[in-house]
Each structure stands twice: as C-alpha cells, then as structure tokens.
Ligand binder design. Structure first.
Ligand code: PGA
Length: 246
C-alpha cells in the first residue's frame, strides 16, 4: 500500500516567528497515523527554524539550484539544504516555470541532483487552461514527465513524489473534479510505467494540487491513483491545515 502525503506549500507567505508558532500549534493537536506523511514547504529563511521545531511534520524547501556551489547569486544549493536537514524539495512548480522561466532541462538537473544527494523531490507538472481546453493535457504532462525523469535510474525514480497541478486550478478556487484529477494521475502512472516498469509506476507517489481544501480533500484522496495533495492557500491557517489531515 502506498502512503498518503500531504504537503502545504506556503509560497511567499509568513515570517520565521509565524512559522515556528504554526508548527508548534499544529503538532500539539496532530495525530498522524503511520501511513501518512504531512509537512510544509516553507520559504528558505524559515527552513532551519522550521526543521528544528518540527517533530512530526516533514519540512520541504520550495526550490533549489542544482550546482553544488559557485557564482550563482541568490541561489540555494542542495548541500545547503542538506546541512539543515530539510527532507523534501519542491521542483518545477508552475509559478517557477512561468514567472522565473525555469525550463524542463533545469528541472531535470534539479531532479537528478536531489536524488543523488538523498533528498526527495516533489516534482510538479500540470497544464495551462489553454492546453486543458485544447484537450492536450496528457500530451503536455507526458512531455514534462519524460524530460524530468531523463537519466534517472529505476531505483531513484521510485523515490520521486509527483505533484499534478493543473495551472487553471491553482489559487483560483476552481478545483479539478476528482474524476479529472484521477484520470490525469492514472495517465501519469502509465507514463511512468512506459518509461520504467509496473513496479516503479505502482510504487511512485502522485499528489494532486490546485484549490484543495478541507472540504474537498477526501473526495480527491479517495481516487485510486492519487496518493496525496500539495496545498497552497488552505495550508496557511492552523485550523484549515489540520482540517486537511483529518
Ligand atoms: P492552491 O495552490 O492550493 O492555493 O491552489 C496549490 C499550489 O500552488 O501548490
């Protein structure tokens, strides 16, 4: 049985103090079963204190650079994240792809470098409204997945968490129906099967993301090929975050 993995993506919100207070309060009320991984992806400045404060939650970065060190002003390397015991790193979020012009090739480099270092990538993929309406979702997502997994071994591929996030559902309140989400996540599983084999495709965790809230999360998580959620807005408040984990 695959685990469930629910990660809050805080994007560019909150202060360091607020992050520590949030974690302390959530953990005092949290009862996680052993089949569920829960955590938050926080801004870089909060990672170290968040990691120290969290005992039950996993802590994720929202990005990284793939080179170990060098003249890359403003970037954060994977060894830097490892040195403060970060668990996961989100890569290829649509906001990184769209606003910061990250390419599939860069995301593949990040994926490879994270796996080589032993950190777990949460690899985002997903289509725009235009692509969705043109009926080209699967083609689009397949291209993103194939490129992101280039040069990655079967053993490493299993460790990646894939997050399918249709861009038209992010922050819009327009959640993909559980059927749409399930259909794409099942297609993603068969893309992984085509690249690797059944074993990898059955082992890999696939999240859905895009306007997930406490009141729609269970319908989404009840789908066969959806193993968790990547949640933006609804992960920012303690009550709502706890509501996602109930
Ligand atoms: P949302 O964001 O839950 O606010 O739609 C999801 C995400 O961008 O990861």
């Amino acid at each position: 049985m695959r685990k469930k993995i629910i990660i809050g993506n805080w994007k560019m919100f909150k202060s360091n103090k607020e992050a520590v207070e949030f974690i302390t309060e959530v953990e005092s009320k949290l009862n996680l079963n052993s089949d569920t991984v829960a955590g938050i992806a926080v801004p870089f400045t909060m990672l170290s204190d968040a990691r120290k404060a969290a005992k039950k939650l996993v802590i994720s970065a929202q990005n990284c650079y793939f080179e170990k060190e060098g003249a890359f002003t403003g970037e954060i390397s994977i060894p830097m994240l490892k040195s403060i015991n970060v668990d996961y790193v989100v890569i290829g979020h649509s906001e990184r792809r769209d606003i910061f012009k990250e390419t599939d090739e860069m995301i593949n480099e990040k994926n490879k470098a994270l796996l080589a270092s032993g950190l777990t990538p949460i690899l985002c993929c997903g289509e725009s409204l235009e692509t969705y309406e043109a009926g080209k979702t699967i083609e689009w997502v397949k291209n993103q997945i194939v490129k992101a997994f280039k040069g990655i071994s079967e053993e490493d591929a299993k460790k990646v968490v894939i997050a399918y996030e249709p861009i038209w559902a992010i922050g819009t309140g327009k959640v993909a129906t559980p059927e749409i989400a399930q259909n794409v996540c099942s297609e993603i599983r068969s893309i992984i099967k085509d690249i690797y084999n059944d074993n990898v495709s059955q082992a890999i965790l696939i999240q859905y993301g895009g306007s997930v809230k406490p009141d729609n999360i269970s319908d989404i998580l009840n789908q066969d090929d959806i193993d968790g959620a990547l949640v933006g807005g609804a992960s920012l408040q303690v009550e709502s975050f706890l509501g996602l984990l109930k």
